[in-house]
Design a protein around this ligand. Structure first.
Ligand code: SF4
Ligand code: SF4
Length: 624
């Protein structure tokens, strides 16, 4: 979170330098590039870009919105770009799947003012369901791609990305990974650019009407642009060679892999030169040809797919270069997960028959396992507890739990275990519908409020249209909790905290013909269990909206108001059934020497554990 001082410095036009996260540097870059329009759907590891822009957008005159999904975020940014305003849209890597329909068409029509699309990829999947390599999208859409390796580059390269976008009238893909987005570094600031306040759309049917007659010609133009962009890449300052050019090995790398590769070369005294590529599509073929020609042995160090390697091997073959190339395709470098210095050095050692210098002492310290848990006071815990109880009481067997993406995904873990399927944003309803139709089993789908707006609505319409049988639990915690508490359309404030129209989830659901819709407070276990039990007896689609704000938001409010509540166990009444620990599993409750106690520092005072559905002995009491 920013102090005002840091935000003032970040938005200041005076020269200087600041310690910034890669994502904060992107936000600063947006100011320096004269971005007038920014949009996103929040997703880690890109979230801090939005968090930062949300804080300064109003004062800086930049329009910024949390769109309801990535497709819309890109469409809106494209609309602004073709109307003459520089636009930045950013998202996590899987978000680009949602926006890819737009990307693959706007690459043809082109843009007017610069349009940069930031994708924050997540090798090793710290907060994602997959580790897809979005560099592939730059080939698929035939758009240029820029990859920074540090916070300084995140800012500087963004400026260059806007220049390229405007010079060639194409959207530019700006790819970071978690280690670049979340890396901190000193960033030298540049001047802030002031651009036109208002855009103007000038109609041009030959470009902006994506009918086959236009797209046929535009595709050829796009291929021609690619040829010009290759020349640009060959002369770009974003690519550089490090070393004296006489190293035994030449290593070609980019993005976060550059950082660990450079560390490897310096820490282990590997005799190597490095070609660092920042303009990764189209590749700088001439620079690569020259670099390979001057090294008999070349390694390609890149995370995830052999993206650079496949292209570089093709260049070597076309140009008849005789150097030996080692990478993933011949099995020396791993094809999955993040790279570390140890991985790079042992891959180089295997590839080039050099002594593996990683015989340095390993620090053997086993950290105790800490499985992820829902926070104390989290309303989702109460929902999952109530669902589990109601299903058990119903005697129904083979109930299938179809979950979605959000912090409620933690319902997968013990003791709730209420996720049999979990795939991608909005999938809980669609996949649940498929399972229900195929098997006739009872399906309970869980979806968060933000995800409901993102992609749940079309799925629910589809379920209604096809007479599906489904119980849907909307876990409405009044925020987009997992990525940083961003507002969603279900709350009456926008990205900047200003009042705006609140969209009613229940009104949408009723409007598509679902009559069984009940809004319940999940802290009220009796009502929750009652509603779920009723739904389990119903046919068709029934929806329970479990509405209670996220415990973190509630804590913030309580701290502001100075009111704090906590609960304790009356040991004389406690029957030692351990239901509160084993089945409700609030992390504030633990067993010490056989006795149950509540840690007052962790307890958020929700009081759910004191209900008789959790503590049948009525032993948990509020501390006044
Ligand atoms: S649920 Fe109540 S009675 Fe059972 S262990 Fe916890 S505090 Fe004691
Ligand atoms: S009141 Fe009970 S359930 Fe709520 S946070 Fe405290 S210990 Fe956990």
């Amino acid at each position: 979170m920013f102090s005002m001082t840091k935000l003032d410095l970040l938005t200041s036009d005076s020269p200087g330098s600041l310690l910034l996260l890669g994502n904060e540097a992107v936000a600063r870059g947006a100011l320096e590039a004269g971005v007038k329009f920014a949009s996103t759907y929040p997703g880690t590891p890109s979230s801090e870009v939005g968090e930062t822009i949300a804080r300064f957008s109003q004062n800086s005159g930049m329009y910024f919105e949390y769109s309801i999904n990535e497709k819309l975020a890109l469409e809106i940014a494209y609309g602004a770009s073709i109307s003459g305003l520089r636009s930045l849209v950013f998202m996590k890597h899987v978000g680009l799947n949602v926006a890819s329909d737009v990307l693959n068409s706007i690459s043809h029509t082109g843009v007017n003012a610069g349009l940069v699309i930031m994708t924050a990829d997540d090798p090793s999947m710290y907060s994602s369901q997959n580790e897809q390599d979005n560099r592939r999208y730059s080939d698929l859409a035939h758009v240029p791609m820029i990859e920074p390796s540090s916070p300084q580059e995140a800012k500087d390269f963004l400026l260059e990305a806007f220049e390229i976008s405007e010079r060639y009238k194409v959207p530019v893909l700006f790819r970071t990974t978690t280690r670049v987005s979340h890396l901190r570094g000193i960033v030298n600031l540049g001047p802030i650019k002031r651009l036109e306040e208002k855009g103007k759309f000038v109609s041009d049917h030959s470009r902006f009407i994506a009918l086959p007659s236009n797209s046929f010609r535009l595709k050829d133009e796009l291929i021609l642009k690619e040829l010009s962009l290759e020349k640009e890449s060959n002369s770009s300052v974003l690519n550089r060679v490090e070393g004296n050019g006489k190293g035994r090995i030449g290593i070609i790398t980019s993005g976060a892999a550059y950082n660990v590769t450079a560390d490897t070369v310096s820490q282990f005294d590997v005799d190597a030169d490095i070609l660092k590529i920042g303009f990764t599509n189209p590749l700088p073929t001439e620079i690569i040809e020259e670099f390979i020609s001057s090294h008999k042995e070349v390694a390609i160090s890149e995370e995830l797919d052999p993206y650079l390697e496949t292209k570089i091997r093709a260049i070597a073959q076309l140009k008849k270069l005789g150097s030996r190339i080692a990478g993933k395709l011949d099995g020396f470098f791993p094809k999955s997960h993040e790279y570390s210095v140890d991985i790079v050095v042992s891959s180089l050692a295997k590839a080039f028959d050099i002594k593996d210098p990683t015989t340095h002492e390993q620090i053997d310290s086993e950290l105790p396992p800490r499985p992820p848990v829902l926070c104390p006071g989290c309303p989702h815990r109460a929902t999952y507890y109530a669902v589990r109880r109601a299903v058990k009481m119903s005697g129904k067997k083979n109930v299938v739990f179809s979950s979605d993406i959000g912090c409620y995904s933690l319902g997968y873990y013990e003791p709730f275990e209420e996720a049999d399927i979990m795939l991608e944003m909005g999938s809980s309803i669609g996949v649940g519908q498929g399972v229900s139709l195929a098997t006739g089993q009872t399906v309970i789908s869980f979806i968060g409020d933000s995800t409901f707006f993102h992609s749940g609505i079309p799925s629910l319409i589809n379920a209604v249209r096809n007479n599906s049988r489904l119980i849907l639990v909307v876990l409405d915690n009044r925020t987009t909790a997992m990525t940083g508490q961003e507002p969603n359309p279900g709350v009456p404030v926008n990205a900047q905290g200003n009042p705006t129209k609140e969209i009613s989830i229940e009104a949408i659901i009723r409007s598509i013909g679902i009559s069984s819709v009940n809004v319940v407070d999940p802290y009220d276990l009796k009502s929750m269990i009652h509603e779920i039990s009723s739904s389990l007896r119903e046919e068709g689609i029934s929806v329970i909206i479990a509405r209670r704000e996220c415990a973190i938001l509630r804590d913030r409010e309580m701290r502001k108001s100075g009111v704090a509540k906590t609960y304790e166990v009356d040991l004389e009444k406690c029957g030692l059934c351990y239901n509160c620990v084993e089945n409700f599993a609030c992390p504030a409750i633990s067993i010490d020497n056989g006795k149950v106690s509540i840690n007052p520092i962790l307890c958020d005072g929700c009081g759910v554990c004191s209900e008789s559905y959790v503590c049948p002995f009525n032993a948990i009491k509020e501390v006044k």
